[in-house]
Design a protein around this ligand. Structure first.
Ligand code: UDP
Length: 321
């Protein structure tokens, strides 16, 4: 049985990918320091509690339990926080990732799937966005991901690391069997915040209604977390087969406005979403939609659960678990 090390396996996308790996017949060990993830989402026998900055601990784990590849999720993800405390982001996301790569090298592991983001593109000129768009991050979070993509390129060239960087668009939804789901503290993401508004009656704030889009609200490409998880399985399999390093967008190619998401939440929950409009959120581009044909063609991936209703319905089931 092939063993994969998942960093950040106690988090949102990491916990879904761990389930998907187990379903696909892999053995999995999870490295997480539980600073943002949840202990209850990881089977205790799989959890190795360690900090990414502890290179020695990571090396020891991989020497004691040899792994074929690493899927690296562990990172901080809040754009707003990254602008208030960039040091935290560069330390955890950049220094932490480099520490992990050093440990992999010491343990003789040279295959890695890396969680990247649409934020590497900033405000792209061409929509849908292709992987060939230049790096142009507009926030510290996006810059941390650009930096690691570049470090991985050098590790490929210098020491034969093979990597797949998956640039996620808007991860959303939950495991259809409600085994795990989205649970950030504090929550900043649209769909769970709309559920909170439905439950509490306290209005959600929609950020901006004067964008150059048909209804004036931002358009995003929402990708179901189970489809994202399957993209990671495809990426690991690609690397295990000896594939070269790749960078892929992971999205559906369809965009929905914030207002359309509100309407979908109203349809699924059967209740009105109390909401008001606020100013634009700093650093929010009007329109982000992926071109994912490279991932579809090269890794034979297709989104299966990413219809907006399906995303909202699975997320709502998890929210009410
Ligand atoms: N959004 C909003 N109100 C909120 C949270 C988000 O209007 O309370 C909008 C946000 O401006 C963006 C979209 O919802 O256009 C998706 O934001 P989210 O934070 O879920 O994901 P991100 O795009 O930041 O990854």
């Amino acid at each position: 049985m092939k063993r994969i090390l998942v960093t950040g396996g106690a988090g949102y996308i990491g916990s879904h990918t761990t389930l998907e790996l187990l379903d696909a017949g892999y053995d999995v060990i999870v490295v997480d320091n539980l600073s943002r993830g949840h202990r209850k989402t990881v089977d205790p026998k799989r959890l190795r509690e360690a900090d990414l900055l502890d290179t020695e601990a990571l090396t020891r784990i991989m020497k004691e339990e040899p792994v074929e590849a690493v899927i690296h999720f562990a990172a901080y993800i809040a754009v707003g926080e990254s602008m208030k405390d960039p040091g935290l982001y560069f330390r955890n996301n950049v220094a932490g990732s480099i520490s992990l790569m050093n440990a992999m090298q010491a343990a003789g592991v040279n295959k890695i799937v890396f969680s990247s983001t649409a934020a590497v593109y900033g405000m792209p000129a061409v929509i849908p966005i292709r992987e060939t768009e230049p790096y142009a991050p507009i926030n510290a979070y996006g810059e941390t991901k650009v930096m690691i993509e570049k470090v991985l390129t050098w590790f490929d060239q210098c020491v034969g690391f093979r990597s797949v960087c998956l640039r996620y668009f808007n991860a959303s939804g939950a495991d259809p069997a409600a085994r795990t789901g989205e649970d950030h503290e504090p929550e900043t993401h649209l769909i769970p915040l709309l559920f909170q508004a439905v439950k509490t009656g306290k209005p959600a704030t929609l950020f901006g209604r004067d964008y150059p889009t048909p209804d004036g609200t931002c358009i995003r490409d929402y990708i179901h977390v189970s489809d994202l998880a399957r993209a990671h399985i495809g990426a690991v399999e690609w690397l295990l087969k000896g594939g070269e390093s790749k960078r892929f967008n992971v999205g559906t190619g369809s965009g929905y406005s914030v207002k359309e998401v509100v309407e979908a939440v109203e349809r699924v929950t059967g209740k009105p979403v109390p909401h008001t409009y606020g100013p634009r959120r700093e650093g929010d581009p009007p329109l982000l939609v992926a071109n994912s044909t490279a991932l579809q063609n090269e890794l034979n991936w297709t989104p299966r659960d990413s219809a907006l209703e399906r995303i909202v319905e699975t997320a709502w089931r998890w929210y009410n678990r």
